[in-house]
Design a protein around this ligand. Structure first.
Ligand code: NCD
Length: 308
Protein backbone atom coordinates (compact mmCIF):
# COMPACT_ATOMS: atom_id res chain seq x y z
CA UNK A 1 0.00 0.00 0.00
CA UNK A 2 1.29 3.42 -0.96
CA UNK A 3 1.70 6.04 1.77
CA UNK A 4 -0.78 8.93 1.69
CA UNK A 5 1.38 11.39 3.64
CA UNK A 6 5.00 11.84 4.77
CA UNK A 7 4.73 12.76 8.45
CA UNK A 8 7.36 10.72 10.30
CA UNK A 9 10.58 8.90 9.49
CA UNK A 10 8.96 5.82 11.04
CA UNK A 11 6.90 5.50 7.84
CA UNK A 12 10.12 4.90 5.87
CA UNK A 13 11.71 2.07 7.86
CA UNK A 14 10.65 -0.47 5.25
CA UNK A 15 13.78 -0.98 3.15
CA UNK A 16 11.74 -1.60 0.00
CA UNK A 17 10.14 1.84 0.19
CA UNK A 18 13.38 3.55 1.19
CA UNK A 19 15.23 1.91 -1.70
CA UNK A 20 12.48 2.89 -4.13
CA UNK A 21 12.84 6.55 -3.12
CA UNK A 22 16.65 6.41 -3.22
CA UNK A 23 16.55 4.87 -6.70
CA UNK A 24 14.05 7.46 -7.88
CA UNK A 25 16.21 10.31 -6.49
CA UNK A 26 19.23 8.88 -8.37
CA UNK A 27 17.26 8.67 -11.60
CA UNK A 28 15.89 12.18 -11.25
CA UNK A 29 19.36 13.52 -10.54
CA UNK A 30 20.70 11.85 -13.69
CA UNK A 31 17.79 13.23 -15.73
CA UNK A 32 18.40 16.71 -14.33
CA UNK A 33 22.07 16.49 -15.31
CA UNK A 34 21.10 15.40 -18.83
CA UNK A 35 18.35 18.02 -19.17
CA UNK A 36 15.71 15.30 -19.62
CA UNK A 37 13.61 15.64 -16.45
CA UNK A 38 10.14 14.16 -17.03
CA UNK A 39 7.26 16.52 -16.22
CA UNK A 40 5.75 14.21 -13.62
CA UNK A 41 3.91 17.08 -11.88
CA UNK A 42 2.42 18.63 -15.01
CA UNK A 43 -0.90 20.22 -14.04
CA UNK A 44 -0.28 19.76 -10.30
CA UNK A 45 0.02 22.47 -7.65
CA UNK A 46 2.16 22.13 -4.53
CA UNK A 47 1.36 24.43 -1.58
CA UNK A 48 4.19 25.31 0.80
CA UNK A 49 2.91 26.62 4.11
CA UNK A 50 5.74 27.70 6.40
CA UNK A 51 5.08 29.04 9.91
CA UNK A 52 8.81 28.86 10.77
CA UNK A 53 11.86 30.20 8.89
CA UNK A 54 13.39 28.11 6.12
CA UNK A 55 15.83 28.49 3.24
CA UNK A 56 16.68 24.99 2.02
CA UNK A 57 13.53 23.07 2.80
CA UNK A 58 11.05 25.49 1.24
CA UNK A 59 13.18 26.40 -1.77
CA UNK A 60 14.12 22.79 -2.49
CA UNK A 61 10.49 21.64 -2.37
CA UNK A 62 9.47 24.54 -4.60
CA UNK A 63 12.35 24.01 -7.03
CA UNK A 64 11.59 20.26 -7.07
CA UNK A 65 7.93 20.90 -7.95
CA UNK A 66 8.79 23.49 -10.62
CA UNK A 67 11.48 21.34 -12.23
CA UNK A 68 9.01 18.46 -12.50
CA UNK A 69 6.58 20.70 -14.35
CA UNK A 70 4.34 21.50 -11.37
CA UNK A 71 3.35 24.88 -10.01
CA UNK A 72 3.72 26.29 -6.53
CA UNK A 73 1.60 28.41 -4.21
CA UNK A 74 3.40 29.51 -1.09
CA UNK A 75 3.00 31.26 2.22
CA UNK A 76 6.02 32.07 4.34
CA UNK A 77 5.69 33.50 7.87
CA UNK A 78 2.29 31.83 7.71
CA UNK A 79 1.58 32.64 11.36
CA UNK A 80 1.56 36.28 10.31
CA UNK A 81 0.40 36.18 6.70
CA UNK A 82 -2.15 33.37 6.54
CA UNK A 83 -5.55 33.44 8.26
CA UNK A 84 -3.79 31.89 11.28
CA UNK A 85 -3.15 35.53 12.23
CA UNK A 86 -6.94 36.00 12.47
CA UNK A 87 -7.30 32.89 14.62
CA UNK A 88 -8.14 30.23 12.01
CA UNK A 89 -7.49 26.69 13.21
CA UNK A 90 -4.98 24.42 11.48
CA UNK A 91 -7.88 22.09 10.66
CA UNK A 92 -9.70 24.79 8.68
CA UNK A 93 -6.47 25.89 6.99
CA UNK A 94 -5.88 22.26 5.98
CA UNK A 95 -9.37 21.93 4.48
CA UNK A 96 -8.94 25.22 2.64
CA UNK A 97 -5.50 24.61 1.14
CA UNK A 98 -6.64 21.12 0.08
CA UNK A 99 -9.20 22.82 -2.16
CA UNK A 100 -6.46 24.54 -4.17
CA UNK A 101 -3.40 22.26 -4.11
CA UNK A 102 -2.46 18.65 -4.91
CA UNK A 103 -0.03 18.45 -1.96
CA UNK A 104 0.72 20.48 1.16
CA UNK A 105 4.23 20.92 2.53
CA UNK A 106 4.00 22.32 6.05
CA UNK A 107 6.51 23.58 8.63
CA UNK A 108 5.04 24.64 11.96
CA UNK A 109 6.42 25.28 15.47
CA UNK A 110 4.13 22.75 17.20
CA UNK A 111 5.03 19.08 17.52
CA UNK A 112 2.26 17.02 15.93
CA UNK A 113 1.03 19.88 13.70
CA UNK A 114 1.66 18.03 10.42
CA UNK A 115 -0.35 15.05 11.74
CA UNK A 116 -3.17 17.42 12.57
CA UNK A 117 -3.12 18.94 9.08
CA UNK A 118 -3.11 15.43 7.55
CA UNK A 119 -6.21 14.53 9.57
CA UNK A 120 -8.20 17.27 7.80
CA UNK A 121 -6.48 17.61 4.42
CA UNK A 122 -7.79 15.72 1.40
CA UNK A 123 -4.40 15.77 -0.38
CA UNK A 124 -0.96 14.40 0.64
CA UNK A 125 0.71 16.29 3.50
CA UNK A 126 4.48 16.47 3.94
CA UNK A 127 5.97 17.33 7.32
CA UNK A 128 8.75 19.85 6.67
CA UNK A 129 9.46 20.17 10.41
CA UNK A 130 7.03 20.17 13.35
CA UNK A 131 8.72 22.07 16.16
CA UNK A 132 11.25 19.90 17.96
CA UNK A 133 9.36 16.83 16.72
CA UNK A 134 10.48 15.49 13.34
CA UNK A 135 11.86 16.44 9.94
CA UNK A 136 11.43 13.25 7.94
CA UNK A 137 12.34 14.59 4.49
CA UNK A 138 15.66 15.84 5.83
CA UNK A 139 16.32 12.32 7.12
CA UNK A 140 15.51 10.87 3.68
CA UNK A 141 17.89 13.25 1.92
CA UNK A 142 20.50 12.42 4.57
CA UNK A 143 20.13 8.72 3.69
CA UNK A 144 20.60 9.61 0.02
CA UNK A 145 23.71 11.60 0.94
CA UNK A 146 25.21 8.76 2.98
CA UNK A 147 24.55 6.28 0.19
CA UNK A 148 26.36 8.54 -2.28
CA UNK A 149 29.23 9.62 -0.01
CA UNK A 150 29.96 6.34 1.75
CA UNK A 151 28.80 3.97 -0.98
CA UNK A 152 26.69 1.91 1.42
CA UNK A 153 23.77 2.10 3.82
CA UNK A 154 25.07 -0.48 6.29
CA UNK A 155 27.99 -1.23 8.58
CA UNK A 156 29.03 2.23 9.66
CA UNK A 157 29.59 4.22 12.82
CA UNK A 158 27.79 7.54 12.98
CA UNK A 159 28.43 10.27 15.52
CA UNK A 160 25.66 12.82 16.01
CA UNK A 161 26.82 16.04 17.62
CA UNK A 162 25.09 19.07 19.11
CA UNK A 163 21.50 19.74 20.11
CA UNK A 164 20.08 16.23 20.29
CA UNK A 165 17.29 17.39 22.60
CA UNK A 166 15.66 19.87 20.21
CA UNK A 167 17.10 18.84 16.84
CA UNK A 168 14.21 17.41 14.83
CA UNK A 169 16.54 16.22 12.07
CA UNK A 170 18.21 13.93 14.63
CA UNK A 171 14.85 12.68 15.89
CA UNK A 172 13.94 11.59 12.36
CA UNK A 173 17.36 10.18 11.49
CA UNK A 174 17.79 7.90 14.47
CA UNK A 175 14.95 5.44 13.72
CA UNK A 176 16.22 5.19 10.13
CA UNK A 177 19.77 4.47 11.32
CA UNK A 178 18.42 1.86 13.71
CA UNK A 179 16.67 0.11 10.81
CA UNK A 180 19.94 -0.40 8.89
CA UNK A 181 22.23 -3.40 9.44
CA UNK A 182 25.46 -2.97 11.40
CA UNK A 183 25.11 0.67 12.45
CA UNK A 184 26.70 1.94 15.69
CA UNK A 185 25.58 5.29 17.04
CA UNK A 186 27.47 7.81 19.18
CA UNK A 187 25.43 10.64 20.66
CA UNK A 188 27.63 13.60 21.62
CA UNK A 189 26.05 16.61 23.32
CA UNK A 190 26.24 18.77 26.41
CA UNK A 191 24.27 17.06 29.21
CA UNK A 192 21.50 19.71 28.93
CA UNK A 193 20.97 18.87 25.25
CA UNK A 194 20.98 15.07 25.47
CA UNK A 195 18.56 13.05 23.36
CA UNK A 196 15.09 12.86 24.99
CA UNK A 197 14.66 9.71 27.08
CA UNK A 198 11.82 8.39 24.91
CA UNK A 199 13.93 8.62 21.72
CA UNK A 200 16.81 6.87 23.47
CA UNK A 201 14.52 4.13 24.78
CA UNK A 202 13.27 3.42 21.25
CA UNK A 203 16.86 2.97 20.08
CA UNK A 204 17.73 0.68 22.95
CA UNK A 205 14.66 -1.45 22.19
CA UNK A 206 16.11 -2.10 18.72
CA UNK A 207 19.23 -3.52 20.43
CA UNK A 208 21.68 -1.47 18.43
CA UNK A 209 24.97 -0.15 19.80
CA UNK A 210 24.44 3.36 21.20
CA UNK A 211 26.66 5.39 23.46
CA UNK A 212 26.01 8.80 24.96
CA UNK A 213 29.10 11.01 25.35
CA UNK A 214 29.91 14.57 26.35
CA UNK A 215 33.21 14.68 24.43
CA UNK A 216 34.16 13.89 20.84
CA UNK A 217 37.71 12.75 21.66
CA UNK A 218 37.16 9.01 21.89
CA UNK A 219 35.17 8.75 18.64
CA UNK A 220 36.95 11.20 16.33
CA UNK A 221 39.25 8.63 14.77
CA UNK A 222 36.71 5.82 14.50
CA UNK A 223 33.52 7.37 13.09
CA UNK A 224 32.57 7.05 9.44
CA UNK A 225 29.99 9.82 9.56
CA UNK A 226 29.75 12.97 11.66
CA UNK A 227 26.31 14.56 11.75
CA UNK A 228 26.76 18.01 13.23
CA UNK A 229 23.73 20.05 14.32
CA UNK A 230 22.99 23.62 15.31
CA UNK A 231 21.98 24.43 18.87
CA UNK A 232 18.31 25.32 18.32
CA UNK A 233 18.22 28.86 19.67
CA UNK A 234 14.48 29.23 19.02
CA UNK A 235 13.66 26.43 21.49
CA UNK A 236 15.40 28.15 24.45
CA UNK A 237 13.53 30.21 27.01
CA UNK A 238 16.36 32.72 27.43
CA UNK A 239 19.42 33.84 25.49
CA UNK A 240 21.88 33.21 28.35
CA UNK A 241 21.01 29.49 28.48
CA UNK A 242 21.51 29.29 24.71
CA UNK A 243 24.87 31.09 24.76
CA UNK A 244 26.08 28.82 27.57
CA UNK A 245 25.86 25.78 25.27
CA UNK A 246 26.09 27.22 21.73
CA UNK A 247 29.81 26.68 21.34
CA UNK A 248 30.09 23.38 23.22
CA UNK A 249 31.30 21.57 20.08
CA UNK A 250 33.19 23.35 17.33
CA UNK A 251 34.42 21.37 14.35
CA UNK A 252 37.53 23.18 13.12
CA UNK A 253 40.47 22.06 10.97
CA UNK A 254 42.48 20.53 13.86
CA UNK A 255 39.37 18.47 14.76
CA UNK A 256 38.90 17.32 11.15
CA UNK A 257 42.57 16.30 10.95
CA UNK A 258 41.89 13.67 13.61
CA UNK A 259 39.07 12.09 11.57
CA UNK A 260 39.42 9.18 9.14
CA UNK A 261 40.52 10.13 5.61
CA UNK A 262 37.21 8.68 4.39
CA UNK A 263 35.00 10.36 7.02
CA UNK A 264 31.86 12.16 5.86
CA UNK A 265 30.96 15.43 7.61
CA UNK A 266 27.28 16.28 7.35
CA UNK A 267 25.09 19.10 8.69
CA UNK A 268 21.44 19.82 7.85
CA UNK A 269 22.31 23.57 7.89
CA UNK A 270 22.03 26.39 8.77
CA UNK A 271 25.49 26.27 10.39
CA UNK A 272 26.20 28.97 12.97
CA UNK A 273 29.46 28.50 14.88
CA UNK A 274 29.63 24.70 15.06
CA UNK A 275 31.68 24.16 11.88
CA UNK A 276 34.33 26.77 11.06
CA UNK A 277 34.36 28.01 7.44
CA UNK A 278 37.90 26.63 6.74
CA UNK A 279 36.45 23.12 7.02
CA UNK A 280 34.31 23.78 3.91
CA UNK A 281 37.35 23.25 1.64
CA UNK A 282 38.06 19.78 3.04
CA UNK A 283 36.78 17.04 0.69
CA UNK A 284 35.15 15.35 3.70
CA UNK A 285 32.79 18.31 4.16
CA UNK A 286 29.64 16.99 2.49
CA UNK A 287 27.08 19.53 3.71
CA UNK A 288 26.76 21.57 0.53
CA UNK A 289 26.47 18.39 -1.54
CA UNK A 290 23.82 17.33 1.00
CA UNK A 291 21.88 20.53 0.16
CA UNK A 292 21.74 19.58 -3.53
CA UNK A 293 20.70 16.02 -2.69
CA UNK A 294 17.66 17.50 -0.96
CA UNK A 295 16.36 18.71 -4.29
CA UNK A 296 16.38 15.20 -5.78
CA UNK A 297 14.99 13.42 -2.74
CA UNK A 298 12.16 15.96 -2.55
CA UNK A 299 11.47 15.45 -6.26
CA UNK A 300 11.30 11.71 -5.63
CA UNK A 301 8.94 12.19 -2.71
CA UNK A 302 6.62 14.59 -4.53
CA UNK A 303 6.47 12.21 -7.49
CA UNK A 304 5.74 9.28 -5.14
CA UNK A 305 2.96 11.07 -3.22
CA UNK A 306 1.32 13.14 -5.94
CA UNK A 307 1.43 10.82 -8.98
CA UNK A 308 -0.99 8.02 -8.16
C1 NCD B 1 16.93 22.08 9.99
C2 NCD B 1 15.55 22.31 10.58
O1 NCD B 1 14.83 23.23 10.17
O2 NCD B 1 15.20 21.52 11.44
N1 NCD B 1 17.15 22.82 8.83
C3 NCD B 1 16.82 22.25 7.63
O3 NCD B 1 15.67 22.02 7.35
N2 NCD B 1 17.83 21.91 6.82
C4 NCD B 1 18.02 22.22 10.95
C5 NCD B 1 18.13 23.46 11.78
O4 NCD B 1 17.35 24.41 11.63
O5 NCD B 1 19.03 23.50 12.63
Amino acid sequence: MKLSHALSANQFLDSKLLNELLKSAHELEAHDGAGTLPKHLDGKIVATLFYEPSTRTRFSFEAAALKLGGQVISCESAGMFSSAAKGETLADTARTVSAYADAIVIRHPDKGSAQEVAAYATVPVINAGDGAGEHPTQALLDMYTIQKELGRLENFTVTLVGDLLNGRTVHSLLPLFASLPGVSINLVSPKELALPAENLALLKDKKITVQELTSLDSVLATSDIFYITRVQKERFKNEADYLAVRDAFIIDLPTVQKMKKSAVIMHPLPRITEITPEVDQDPRAAYFRQVKNGLYMRMALLKYLVCR
